[in-house]
Design a protein around this ligand. Sequence first.
Ligand SMILES: Cc1ncc(C[n+]2csc(CCOP(=O)(O)OP(=O)(O)O)c2C)c(N)n1
Length: 666
Amino acid sequence: MLTSAKSHINYDKKNLDDRILLQLYKNMLKPRLIEEKMLILIRQGKVSKWFSGIGQEAISVGVTMALQTNEYILPMHRNLGVFTTRDIPLHRLFSQWQGKANGFTKGRDRSFHFGTQDYHIVGMISHLGPQLGVADGIALASKLKNKGQVTAVFTGEGGTSEGDFHEALNVAAVWQLPVIFCIENNGYGLSTPTSEQYYCKDLADRGKGYGIDSFIFDGNNILEVYGKVLKLAESIRKRPRPILIEFKTFRMRGHEEASGTKYVPNELMEEWEIKDPITNYRNYLLNLGVLTAAKDEELRQAFKAEIDEALQVAGAEEAIVPDKSVELGDVYKPFEYQHIVPKSEPENIRFIDAISQGLRQSMQRHRDLVIMGQDIAEYGGVFKITEGFVEEFGNERVRNTPICESAIVETAMGLSIAGMKAVVEMQFADFVSSGFNPIVNYLAKSHYRWNEKADVVIRMPCGAGVAAGPFHSQTNEAWFTKTPGLKVVYPAFPYDAKGLLATAINDPNPVMYFEHKALYRSIRQDVPTDYFTIPFGKASLLKEGEAITIITYGAGVHWALDTLENNKDVSADLIDLRTLQPLDTEAIYKSVKKTGRAIILQEDSLFGGIASDLSALIMENCFEYLDAPVKRVASMETPIPFINQLEDQYLAKGRFESALRALLEY
Ligand SMILES: Cc1ncc(C[n+]2csc(CCOP(=O)(O)OP(=O)(O)O)c2C)c(N)n1
């Protein structure tokens, strides 16, 4: 039995009662004992990876106990104490770590990479930083709905070097969001010491640069962590604003169990060993008389029994049997499309007006919809699509953002987690590269990983033909069609643009909505003035013919129409795909089986584009019907040049007619 000794941490219990004092102890002891068991299981090969939080328990436990149970926490890989303090049944945690179905990811993601709405916990993705911006979104929802709730989000000191950290802090400051940013400074990021990670004295100093109040707390002192965070949380609930806390602590084991700590000087280990948050607190409670050695032993035995029992439950659970349809069925959240037919008279409007009208009507319909983007509020956006929106919907729902695509995509995800909807306007589709990581790794994979929707539409003003050069002309849909979990919409006409945008906003899955800039003011159509929807995954057959199938989308549709206008003798089916994910393969195969010839026109450069996959699909599914090889026509394998004559040469448009003729003559 352990006995009492001196405490090396200065505790001050202030007015905390014995019940809380003891609860804090129990909540730290439980994850410690789980971890000790885990170390044995790892040696036995029963758990694959383990990121130890031994020595850092006071931070997870103190912060979690300072929050209310319906306030969101976004923990990292060393925050087991967050999960156990929220009382998640241990057998479910063990199932999660063993990749079993009773875990939280059905064996699809490991360790702490999961969230659970039941416990208001949103777990990390491996990339570390993105959840900082997600916390902004959850906090924004709390603020917009006057919920008076705070959100706590964790990062290691290593993660503070990522752009996400800086973007998230800045957004939280500019919008005064109730977020508690918790840095666990444990001395090392994998093998990298703090001296190679940042140059300022304390990471808390970063708060000043963003106009955020910041604090340094002893991360090994449970009473300091709990007491101070409790006070701050109370204050933030009343007056929403972000704060930054740097918790000083130390990582007592390797980055992960297999990697060891050879690079850590012994003196450091020894220095921190005596500051162990549990041993010291135990001694403090023993001296105080709140805990006795016998009671402590009793607690330990009870936890060990609970752990063993839970391990048995998880161990007895059957291993997952792979089933393709189950896996494919969880990539997207099921969406019951509601077909809404327009009733009003049409009006002849431009492509851009249709998008603006569609967005406005969705804002009217969905009170929980927030749109965010650079210069979209009073200025109306660089293309003026949101002109007049602030007057109608107010600045809370039509939000100008700082220039930080990643944090805004993450904020949109946070809004979705908190039950709202978001549309993000990329100023130009090209700039999505600065928000690429959260789109392809966070939004796209959420439903598959932990059953959480990403109710976000990203508007992508894209495309060439406006002599705008390499960074304002790209059509980068192939960056996204490649990624399971995203839907990709690419209308070519005002009617489709309006109806598909309405559907994109209704759909709870992440949708990349491409709107071609060259069509904005050049294409007009009669479009009903009231709200209507168009289903995804239905191509439109714009022309019917016998000799060849032309498949295209976006500006390519208009290039093909012009070409057919100038080649009246060509009898072609012209398919406008309208959505690339889901893809209407049925319409493609039906037409190709009829004509026996297929040509695919794509504005993007050739290699790795959607045309290549369409070609492969046609070969695989219609080979016996083909009278000629499938032809892809795309733009040159260069970046998009600026000046007109170079841009014209680059674009597929100029090569389409000859390719069409050649294929017909094959
Ligand atoms: C974007 C990205 N880069 C690198 C890694 C590999 N990696 C995982 S954790 C880690 C160290 C993180 O250090 P820190 O943020 O201080 O947290 P700690 O592990 O010390 O708790 C690294 C380099 C990663 N997961 N994601």
